[in-house]
Design a protein around this ligand. Structure first.
Ligand SMILES: C[S@@+](CC[C@H](N)C(=O)[O-])C[C@H]1O[C@@H](n2cnc3c(N)ncnc32)[C@H](O)[C@@H]1O
Length: 291
């Protein structure tokens, strides 16, 4: 990294900022949206801040250990699914307008709700280009029936979550891929190495302890993963990557690490300030020698 940073951070509601940005001015979106939606409402954030209650999956103190609370998807009801659908119904056309032809969206999802996202993105004209399985052990699912653990010891109510889907969409190209690459610098995914195609299976550990200390966000994504996704998103390493829901800034930090231009938006003031502090540290982090 040189002395000058290449990112811009904006404390804003994405749904207010995105419509005012010039069309065809973003080359890729890599984002981890507020999926449960409800866990990022001000009410839930307040409960979390106090360290108790809310829909966060684990209390801060559990089994005598200090834990980060996690959103809990199994509590979603029909109206929450509807909220998630509406969220992506609003988001998809805004991103479509901002992206240049051939621009990709790589968006974190969740197995119980990803079908809603696909439907809304496809309906505004995005092409579905596959989904990445981020192989990661989560704490979700796999439990025996509540209140009947002993009676039904051989049962899991839902599968234990062992992977997280990241959906890949592309705005249609302007002509052939090679024409689009020349004109817009987009339309394809960058290989990790010339003899290695970008693959849709990424083994990924949770964020390292040192990253979690730098960026205390409940949904922090690891640099190991984000650097691979951001690298893939700009096929020629040119253009601007946007994260409309940056949290503590893992996407922006990964872009900065690669020397790419990026923009990060965040609604919550505390998370925004956290991102400002965390991004330079995350971008400098050397992954091999840190736990
Ligand atoms: C799942 S988190 C992203 C975490 C991020 N991947 C990281 O590693 O830190 C989603 C973030 O979106 C923010 N957010 C929710 N609604 C928003 C909106 N309308 N505009 C901008 N940010 C929003 C939340 O405050 C939250 O920090």
């Amino acid at each position: 990294m040189g002395g000058r940073t290449k990112y811009k951070l904006i404390h804003a509601d994405a749904f207010e900022w995105l419509p005012n940005r010039k069309g065809k001015s973003i080359h890729a979106v890599v984002t981890d949206p507020p999926f449960g939606v409800i866990e990022y409402t001000s009410d839930q954030l307040r409960k979390r801040g106090k360290g108790n209650g809310g829909i966060w999956r684990l209390p801060h103190n559990y089994d005598g250990n200090q834990r980060s609370p996690l959103p809990r998807f199994t509590v979603l009801r029909a109206r929450h699914f509807e909220q998630i659908r509406n969220f992506h119904k609003r988001l998809a056309p805004l991103l479509f307008r901002l992206l240049v032809p051939g621009g990709h969206v790589i968006i974190a999802s969740q197995n119980l709700v990803s079908h809603l996202v696909v439907k809304e993105f496809r309906s505004v004209g995005f092409e579905m280009r596959g989904q990445i399985a981020r192989v990661v052990r989560t704490l979700r699912g796999g439990d025996r029936p509540k209140g009947a653990h002993k009676k039904y010891p051989g049962i899991s109510v839902t599968p234990r979550g062992c992977w997280e889907p990241w959906l890949i969409f592309r705005k249609p190209c302007d002509g052939r891929v090679r024409d689009n690459l020349r004109k817009w610098k987009t339309g394809a995914l960058r290989r990790p190495a010339p003899d290695l195609p970008f693959a849709d299976l990424i083994p990924s550990r949770p964020a390292k302890r040192i990253e979690r200390e730098m960026a205390r966000h409940p949904s922090l994504k690891p640099q190991e993963l984000m650097r691979q996704l951001v690298w893939a998103a700009l096929p020629l390493g040119k253009g601007t990557v946007l994260d409309p829901f940056m949290g503590s800034g893992a996407t922006v930090a990964a872009a900065e690490y690669h020397g790419f231009k990026s923009i990060g938006l965040e609604l919550d003031k505390q998370f925004f300030q956290l991102a400002r502090r965390a991004i330079p540290k995350l971008a400098r982090l050397r992954l091999n020698d840190e736990k």
